[in-house]
Every structure is written in structure tokens, then in C-alpha cells.
Write a protein that binds this ligand. Structure first.
Ligand SMILES: C[S@@+](CC[C@H](N)C(=O)[O-])C[C@H]1O[C@@H](n2cnc3c(N)ncnc32)[C@H](O)[C@@H]1O
Length: 292
């Protein structure tokens, strides 16, 4: 069956009845390093008041969606170096109904998955690219985004019985949460051009590896090096001097603790879910750095 014929067949199967009301928004993608499980731990550390919110390593945006559900109206700027991801946020913000219609055309089928995975995203429309990313994320093994050195998505099919490729209610809730949000594909240090006194900046960078084999840094073609971590610490210190509220998550290791020794460092318990080695999974401590 052709790609188009499979899409047509799937359109008739994926509609979920009774999904129309606006609800709390949660991340629409599973993202390596996602912060959903740490939200209750972090809750006590967010400032009571802030002006605008900046998240320069947005990923799945778990902290943004949580703050939006909790605090309601505030101006926000979300950015990330991954252009497929930022395109997806833009489409959810501006064209959520077209996206939903398009997502319903994708069947949960192994051959279809590999055909769509092989398509060059640059040949697709913005809506098709966003639908492709969400579909691949929901149906691939372990639900994550990983690319090879050529920038091609390279995770295999997940064989899930009933993956929720099109959660209409949540996509609409995310669209509403993103209504006034600025979305940009740019490197993290551009936040220095925009953040002002009283703004909250939350950094969730690719974590510094605990060992040479333990790193997961392939969200984009560019890896995040020790030099990048040092540059980030410098950006953190500049924002602190400016009077911003600054928060940063990272791995719990001597290198990171030393970079932020002039700030408050909280140790938090986390569960590491995505790691190529099984010993990398399970309970682990991370740090939350604050400038309060
Ligand atoms: C740990 S993930 C963020 C997880 C996210 N906060 C969540 O809750 O799901 C790190 C993100 O940083 C992005 N990234 C990597 N290098 C970057 C850079 N130099 N500037 C901006 N973003 C970058 C990656 O594309 C990835 O989405």
C-alpha cells in the first residue's frame, strides 16, 4: 500500500470521541532529559514573582507548561537549537487544527514508520514536518528524539500497540498555552540580548556526562562540550549580575559543582530514563543551581 493510501486508512481509525475541552497542557513530545518527574521537587524553588520567562534549552518544555498551568498569564520566550522542534512548537501555536487533521492520517505501521523516517524533512511543509516529528516520537522505540551525525532521525520502530499519536485535547491545550509565547531557533547565549532585571531564566542544557560513555547529547547534530558548559556558566553569572532570577539543572559532578561554586546548589533525586547502558538507568542525583 502506498504512503498516501495508508494515511487515508488511518484517518478513519484514529479519531477519539469526546475530546474537545481545554485542559492543562503537558509536553506533547517525550524528550530526553524531560523534567516532568522533577516538577514537584522544583516547585519550592521557583521565585514567587517574575516578569518574563525564558527557557533557552526548551526541549519538551515540561517546566514551561507546568508554570503556565500554575501561574496563568506571563510573557515567555522559548528557544532551542533544534529547528524541527521549534517548527513543531510554532505549528502547534498557529495551526493546531490543521496539525491534528494531518496527524490523524498517520497509521501505526512499521513499514509506514520507516518510509516516513526516510523522508527528508526539508521537502515537507511546516505542518507535515511537525506531524512527522510527533508521529515518529510517539511510535519510535522509547519515544525520544535522536539524530545521527548527518542530522537524520535514527531511532527504530517501537512496536507499541496503541501509541497516542494524536492527543487532540493536549495539543489544543498546548496551543492555548503558547498563544503569547515567542519561539526561536537559536543558541542559548542569545538570551543575554533579551533578558532583563526581574525576568526568570531557566536553563536545562544537555547534561555534562558522568563518564565518557554516559552522555546523551544527540538532540541536534552539535554536541555540548565542556567548553560549552563553561560558556553557559559565564552566561549564568552575567544574568545574575543583571538582576535576573536564574535556575539551572545539570548532572551532579565535581566539574559542574565547581563551575557554580559561587551560587546556591541544591541536590535533587531523579530517575534517569534514557541511557544506552542499563546501569545508567535508575536513581541518581542531579543539581539545581539557583542565584537566590
Ligand atoms: C536536556 S534537553 C532539555 C530538556 C527539556 N527542558 C525538557 O523538559 O524536556 C536539552 C535541549 O537543549 C538543546 N540544545 C543543545 N545545544 C544547544 C545550544 N547550544 N543552544 C540551545 N539549545 C541547545 C537540545 O536541542 C535539547 O532540546
Amino acid at each position: 500500500m502506498s504512503l498516501r493510501a495508508k494515511q487515508k486508512e488511518a484517518r478513519t481509525l484514529t479519531g477519539l470521541p469526546g475530546e474537545s475541552t481545554i485542559q492543562r497542557a503537558t509536553p506533547f513530545l517525550k524528550w530526553a532529559g524531560g523534567k516532568s518527574q522533577l516538577i514537584t521537587t522544583y516547585d519550592g524553588f521557583f521565585p514567587k514573582r517574575f516578569n518574563r520567562y525564558f527557557e533557552p534549552f526548551t526541549g519538551g518544555g515540561a517546566i514551561f507548561f507546568h508554570l503556565k498551568n500554575q501561574r496563568g498569564e506571563f510573557k515567555a520566550s522559548l528557544s532551542d537549537l533544534n529547528d524541527e522542534l521549534i517548527n513543531c512548537y510554532r505549528v502547534i501555536k498557529n495551526d493546531v487544527e490543521e496539525l491534528i487533521s494531518h496527524l490523524k492520517t498517520h497509521p501505526n505501521d512499521e513499514d509506514y514508520f520507516y518510509e516516513l523516517r526516510a523522508v527528508d524533512a526539508k521537502t515537507l511543509s511546516e505542518i507535515e514536518r511537525a506531524a512527522r516529528l510527533i508521529y515518529l516520537n510517539k511510535t519510535c522505540f522509547n519515544g525520544l528524539y535522536r539524530v545521527n551525525s548527518k542530522g537524520q532521525f535514527n531511532v527504530p520502530f517501537g512496536f507499541y500497540k496503541n501509541p497516542r499519536t494524536c492527543n487532540e485535547t493536549n495539543l489544543r491545550a498546548c496551543s492555548a498555552a503558547l498563544a503569547d509565547v515567542e519561539l526561536n531557533c537559536r543558541p542559548f547565549d542569545h538570551v543575554l540580548k533579551f533578558a532583563k532585571k526581574g525576568d526568570l531564566v531557566y536553563f536545562d542544557p544537555p547534561y555534562h556526562p558522568l563518564s565518557s560513555t554516559a552522555n546523551f547529547t544527540s538532540y541536534t547534530r552539535n554536541c555540548f562540550s565542556a567548553d560549552d558548559q563553561e560558556h553557559l556558566a559565564d552566561v549564568f553569572a552575567k544574568l545574575d549580575k543583571r538582576g535576573c532570577h536564574v535556575m539551572l539543572s545539570n548532572s551532579d559532578c565535581a566539574f559542574i559543582r565547581d563551575l557554580y561554586k559561587d551560587f546556591s546548589i541544591e541536590t535533587v533525586n531523579a530517575i534517569r530514563a534514557i541511557n544506552c547502558k542499563s546501569e545508567g538507568r535508575g536513581k541518581i542525583t542531579e543539581v539545581l543551581v539557583l542565584n537566590r
